[in-house]
Design a binder for this molecule. Sequence first.
Ligand SMILES: [Zn+2]
Length: 227
Amino acid sequence: MSDAIRETPATPRDAFDLLTAGNLRFAAGAPRHPNQDAARRADTAAGQHPYAVVVGCSDSRLAAEIIFDQGLGDLFVVRTAGHAVGAEVLGSIEYGVSVLGCPLVVVLGHDACGAVAATRAAVQDGTTARGYLRDVIERVTPSVLAAQAAGVSEDDGFIATHVRHTVDLLMDRSQELADRVASGRAAVVGLTYRLAEGSVRTVASRGLDLPQDGTAVPAVASASAVR
Ligand SMILES: [Zn+2]
């Protein structure tokens, strides 16, 4: 547990590089499983200083600490089906950013998302879901409608559109987050994850100068990330 990934990043760029370096290790099949031992558990018991808020889909294959190869105390994670955002999600994000001081917020979507597929079906059929699943679908519906209006027909396009819309929503709804991004203290990045490959792609960025065309995140940290 003595590798160089102990430092808690203080800037959006350092946080993004550390997070994506972990994903590169995971995607390459070479995870280090940092910060998962008894010493780390003891170190973090008195207080937490995570460096990124991850707002992701609840999908069982999208476990944040696993796919980013992180450990205890590293990530402040908020997950809902289809990363649907309501008041409690926004409050949790604001807690991670303003109270815990995370310099990075990541919105994490993925291919073959059941929530997006269910919403596409509901929009297409004009049906509504039963119970509280309806609330999830209603929150994903604006993204699906926007993608359709833009001529999107493939799953990848719907997923990317929903991630971008979620990034916009966070920036629109949370003045706290928008202020921190404007002053350079935080960034919001939208990533799409590929289930089979385990890799992420950047499709949106506020506060960080990143390619947003959906190409794979490059080996930004260093070659040692996957060693
Ligand atoms: Zn999903």
